[in-house]
Design a protein. Sequence first.
Length: 94
Amino acid sequence: MGLNFHYLNPRYRALLLDRVNKKVGGGIISWDKISRIPMIASTLHRYRFDHISKRVIPIEESEQNLAIFLPLERFRGQKRVPKTTVWRNSRKNR
């Protein structure tokens, strides 16, 4: 499972990260701990390891507040999808 913070605009990424950190308190993230946080469902994704084509890079806790603001989002379907469209749809689906 993964939390895709890039599905949210930067403001909501920061709010969500703060809420996750308060619930987890430096421990291991579990669904029981975070399932009731608003916006969490719109960021959740289950990955198949055999479908991940790029290297997964763990982000240290001390670097998370910086990393969530990096403009790394690229959304594609049949064609390129504007990030504002994804952000708007994620807010509707929470």
